[in-house]
Ligand binder design. Structure first.
Ligand SMILES: Cc1ncc(COP(=O)(O)O)c(C=O)c1O
Length: 371
């Protein structure tokens, strides 16, 4: 076995793509998913502390899966609250976005069905689709012709999987057009809103609601670990879908439920998000960052989201540029192949409400100098 491990790790070394865990130093954050700064909000921390000061008779763990001892009035009430906010019929909380997508895709598609994914779809959707017995297709990123070709070749019940904001590019899916194609071919559209929640929509509801498509999608996956600054996810859809997932989604059934502390945090983070000043500051910072590259030859992927990417081809070149930025105090991470396609390696710059204009200006000046 050691030989196998050595061989696989050596391959990664050779490709300059060996992953390793890093501890945070005091760099300026241009890499975390805490787009609104809620993970570090003093107000949120105080609200959570206040809740448990008053409600001290609680268990630290959920003590079981939701189907056994892990359910609570709080969990069900929170689901109702989120369903109302997101204008859905029903919702089911999962322990993470990974678990939500894994459970949804693995359980919903059957042998003889088809799952069609955008080629840039997140790994947890690929893993879920793999666990199902359905046939799997990918279509070219955001390419409607490519999607339609796959739809024409599909059989059984069809599912289309897209992200509203793509995690590795920051660009958005043409959801109106994809939804029209889904209708034309009687396909079920599933939208992962991980990087759109808290960023898109008037109050951070996500792109689906921003476009008024909430009644046209089969399911939405909203995650709490990005702009909401905490942990967990909810699958939004019909009441029937919720009951189905409770019965068939193995990543829901066979795991200990989220503890009360996590549920209270989710509730408080939604209340914080609704205060909106952070969303407005984030949007201002995104626009400010983009303006810095107008008229330059920096290869910025078109994006209005908090994720801004600059293509730097080749793992070594991309890694070295990120290292240079880090040495100058900026936490910017390289995204290397095989995480993204060879030749499409990039610096992934995440903008936040708490990034100052001075820090953004300094980062952009350095980027323009070294690229
Ligand atoms: C598009 C997308 N979906 C799902 C997930 C998984 O969410 P979580 O981190 O809550 O497991 C991620 C996180 O990387 C993501 O980027």
């Amino acid at each position: 076995m050691d030989d196998f491990l050595d061989k696989k790790l050596q391959e990664r070394e050779t490709n300059n793509s060996l992953r390793c865990l890093q501890l945070k130093d005091n760099l300026i954050d241009f890499s975390s998913n805490d787009y609104l700064g809620l993970a570090q909000s003093a107000e949120a921390k105080q609200a959570i502390a206040d809740y448990f000061l008053i409600n001290h008779d609680y268990k630290l763990g959920a003590t079981g899966s939701r189907l056994l001892s892990g359910n609570s009035v709080f969990a069900e009430a929170l689901e109702c609250e989120l369903v109302k906010f997101h204008e859905a019929d029903a919702g089911l909380i999962f322990n993470s976005g990974y678990d939500a997508n894994l459970g949804l895709f693995a359980s919903i598609a059957q042998k003889g069905d088809t799952i069609i994914c955008d080629e840039h779809i997140h790994a947890c959707i690929i893993d879920g689709a793999r666990l199902s017995f359905a046939q799997r297709f990918t279509f070219l990123h955001n390419d409607l012709n490519s999607l339609e070709t796959k739809l024409k070749n599909s059989r059984g019940t069809i599912f289309i999987a897209v992200e509203s904001v793509y995690s590795m590019d920051g660009d958005v899916a043409p959801l109106i057009e994809i939804s029209a194609l889904a209708k034309k071919y009687k396909a079920n559209l599933i939208v992962d809103e991980a990087h759109a929640t808290g960023v898109m929509g008037k109050n951070g509801e996500g792109l689906v609601q921003h476009l008024g498509l909430q009644n046209d999608v089969f399911a939405r996956v909203v995650t709490f670990g990005k702009a909401l600054g905490c942990h967990g996810a909810i699958i939004l859809g019909s009441d029937k879908l919720r009951t189905y997932l409770i019965n068939f989604a193995r990543s829901f059934i066979y795991t200990t439920a989220l503890p009360l502390h996590s549920l209270v945090t989710i509730k408080i983070m939604y209340a914080q998000m609704l205060k909106k000043q952070n969303i407005n500051t984030l949007r201002k910072n995104i626009a400010f960052f983009k303006i810095q590259f107008l008229g330059t030859n920096v290869n910025l992927i078109e994006s209005d989201s908090a994720i801004q990417c600059i293509i730097i081809t080749g793992n070594t070149a991309c890694k070295n540029t990120a290292l240079a930025l880090q040495k100058n105090g900026f936490d910017v991470r390289p995204i290397l192949s095989p995480t993204v396609a060879k030749g499409k390696e990039r610096l992934r710059i995440c903008l936040h409400a708490y990034n100052s204009e001075v820090a953004i200006l300094e980062l952009c000046a350095l980027l323009k100098k070294i690229i």
